[in-house]
Ligand binder design. Structure first.
Ligand SMILES: *Cc1c(COP(=O)(O)O)cnc(C)c1O
Length: 467
């Protein structure tokens, strides 16, 4: 009788591994993961049998191995995956911000696949410093005396505040940083200017009101404890109507007159004039430098179109202090980011950034090209039996730049029974497609679909929306 029990029929792990499918499981995940997955499947099968009074048939070997294979697959599947961004949001924070230029990818491969001059002076054979790699390029581009690269702009801001206004033996509670109430932004991911300020050890001195701050507000707030006047880019929101902020020139003049450092957290870091593409003006790093600012910080992966990085530029005396601070070591960039950043910056110097840097290629993409692409895709989808059309729409820049600003575009619109269900099916594809949607329609903006994504996009739409 016990011999007939399905429990007894459950195989041993080593027996399963000895079968061809078991061998394939080891090839897939290695011995240890294969054993762990099979053990879990056998445990489940045993529990199921016991729950059924030990009567039901035991699962076959192939069923067990297949279930284990799915487990191993899910353990090994990367959660950080490629997706197609069809949303029309160019610098999409949730989808990885700026896609990199080809040259940046090549540089990362070259440097990351082997050894490099990261901290090695090739001429003298002595130890070098990683901060030299992008600095000369940034100085040339922005006109700054000195430049220093860190991990991101959040750490750049934190570091600059800690160094220039943080606690010292003379000022154990930190020194005052005067900032407008209209600029106390929250950027997302829990990054709030007042919190950054207090974490850095600087003391925030708020002036003005939400919509209006005047030069005299800054002036009146200055006392012997003041270390810095700070401007923070509005980033992801706009204040419209009865508003005012002093011009940066005036803030700088006030700082110079009173011997107080003026710092500009410029956020996106545009090196180009955005108005030539019909967008509102974004502050330029070069302008701040030209006006004699002490320090400017900006991101590497927003409008610059490079890798995640924080770039600090300004007067050499301040940048030197920033470099020497212990916190600088904790927020240093890695070699891959430096390789990609350097390659990205060279496009600005060569004058081919609009062609080579994806973010700028997307911003400057001619409307006619977008229209042609949308029409071509619509025809391909119709041929596959989908109901597809082209309609006018709007793209956005995103990434905490140009709030409320849009670029005209042409959208591929696919009619679906349920846009919720369709979006879900498109997210479940091997190469997920992320779209916008309105009632009964899935909307695809060709502006943010990279050339390399095109075939997968069309195949994915057909696959995901016809089934
Ligand atoms: C985006 C942004 C930051 C943070 O930059 P990260 O590179 O994302 O760390 C800080 N300040 C402003 C004004 C920004 O727009």
């Amino acid at each position: 009788m016990p011999d007939q029990s399905p429990l007894r029929q459950l195989p041993a792990i080593h027996a399963l591994l000895g079968e061809p499918a078991g061998q394939a499981l080891i090839d897939l995940g290695g011995h240890d993961l294969a054993v762990e997955a099979l053990r879990l499947e056998l445990d489940n099968a045993r529990a199921d049998l016991l729950a059924g009074g030990g009567l039901g048939p035991a699962p076959g070997h192939n069923v067990l191995i297949e279930a284990a294979r799915q487990r191993v697959d899910s353990w090994l599947a990367p959660t950080l995956r490629r997706v197609i961004n069809a949303t029309g949001v160019i610098i999409h924070t949730n989808l990885g911000r700026a896609p990199l230029a080809d040259s940046a990818l090549t540089a990362m491969e070259t440097v990351g696949g082997g050894y490099s001059t990261l901290e090695f002076d090739i001429e003298t054979g002595a130890r070098g410093h990683r901060s030299t790699h992008a600095a000369a390029l940034i100085q040339r581009l922005t006109g700054a005396e000195a430049a220093f690269v860190v991990n991101n702009n959040a750490s750049a801001t934190m570091l600059v505040l800690a160094v220039l206004a943080g606690p010292t033996p003379d000022h154990p509670a930190g020194r005052g940083v005067v900032v407008s109430r209209g600029q106390l932004v929250e950027i997302g991911g829990g990054y709030r200017m007042p919190d950054v300020m207090s974490a850095s050890g600087a003391r925030m001195v708020e002036v003005g009101t939400t919509n209006r701050t005047h030069l005299y507000d800054y002036e009146r707030a200055i006392n012997e404890d003041t270390a810095m006047l700070m401007r923070v880019h509005h980033s992801n929101y706009a204040i419209i109507g009865f508003t005012s902020q002093p011009a940066l020139e005036d803030l700088i003049a006030l700082g110079n007159e009173r011997g107080i450092i003026v710092v500009d957290d410029i956020g996106s870091g545009a090196l180009f004039d955005t108005t030539q593409f019909g967008l509102a003006p974004e502050p330029h790093v070069q302008d701040s430098i030209e006006h004699g600012i002490d320090v400017v910080m900006f991101s590497g992966d927003k409008l610059l179109g490079g890798p995640q990085a924080g770039i600090i530029v300004g007067k050499a005396e301040h940048i030197e202090r920033v470099k020497r601070h212990p916190l600088a070591r904790a927020v240093r960039p890695d070699k891959l980011a430096l390789a990609a950043l350097t390659a990205t910056l060279t496009h600005y110097l060569r004058g081919d950034a609009l062609i080579e840097i994806p973010v700028w290629r997307m911003i400057s993409m001619p409307l006619g090209t977008i229209h042609e692409t949308a029409l071509r895709w619509a025809a391909e989808l119709r041929e596959a039996g989908l109901e597809a059309d082209v309609m006018p729409g709007e793209s956005t820049v995103g990434g905490g730049s140009l709030p409320g600003e849009t670029l005209p575009t042409h959208l591929l619109a696919v009619t679906v029974a349920s846009e919720e269900k369709a979006a879900e099916q498109l997210r479940a594809l091997d190469v997920p497609i992320i779209t916008r949607r309105i009632e009964g329609l899935i909307l695809i903006d060709p502006r943010t679909v990279l050339p390399r994504d095109e075939d997968d996009l069309i195949a994915g739409l057909i696959d995901g929306l016809t089934s």
